[in-house]
Design a protein around this ligand. Sequence first.
Ligand SMILES: NS(=O)(=O)c1cccc(NC(=O)NCCCCO)c1
Ligand SMILES: [Zn+2]
Length: 249
Amino acid sequence: RWGYGKEDGPSVWYKNYPVAEGSRQSPIDIVPNEASRDRSLDPIIINYDQCTSINISNNGHSVVVEFNDSDDRSVIKGGPLDNPYRLKQFHFHWGGKGCEGSEHTVSGTGFASELHLVHWNAVKYKTFGEASTAPDGLAVLGIFLETGDDHRWLHMITDVLYMVKYKGFNPKCLLPSRLHYWTYLGSLTTPPLHESVIWIVLKEPIEVSEKQLGMFRMLLFTGEEDDQRLRMENNFRPPQPLKGRIVRE
Ligand SMILES: NS(=O)(=O)c1cccc(NC(=O)NCCCCO)c1
Ligand SMILES: [Zn+2]
């Protein structure tokens, strides 16, 4: 249906998903000195201590680690959020060898990859599906990955990328040391592109090695039954028009 290739990629998503040309699409290019300082913005509070990962999978677009979201044991709150938002899954977007791969860019500069920790507003909505179509339904924490030294914990993901069942990973260890952030109202960056996301993009990237990133590129867009093997890479949408939105910090 949709993908990241020439025929099915971001430039043609509007044909099946007209909201692609909506007024709050993501990602965006973040221009730091155009962000507006909002003194009412509190720090974000991240409670992942009781989180239980239930599985890791390749959904044909990325590698996704899903969590048990049947209660409020792992939530993000504070910052621009009026309620606690429950951790549902995290996944990554990345490029090809040595080129950019993040979805958000900072003053036109992309990073090697971007981690998205996806949360939903279980106070106001009954299910993730319902929340995913509501303007304040989701909160996604975006973390840039830049190449450098091995990340001490990312190996737990890259080492098990070929396995399905997977337990006991606390995504808190993927967070950078400082939680300074930019926030703006946006959308899912993949179809169905719902304009339902309060984006919180951390300013400080985490460092991963080229070898670790290379493990992601070992994944395939294609299934084992497909005749051609398409390496999963460049699974990122380019920045979308701001259309008058304000980025706060
Ligand atoms: N990339 S993102 O904006 O963080 C994001 C977060 C949560 C869901 C999605 N996209 C989807 O679930 N799309 C549905 C189809 C993907 C799996 O087939 C994207
Ligand atoms: Zn994403």
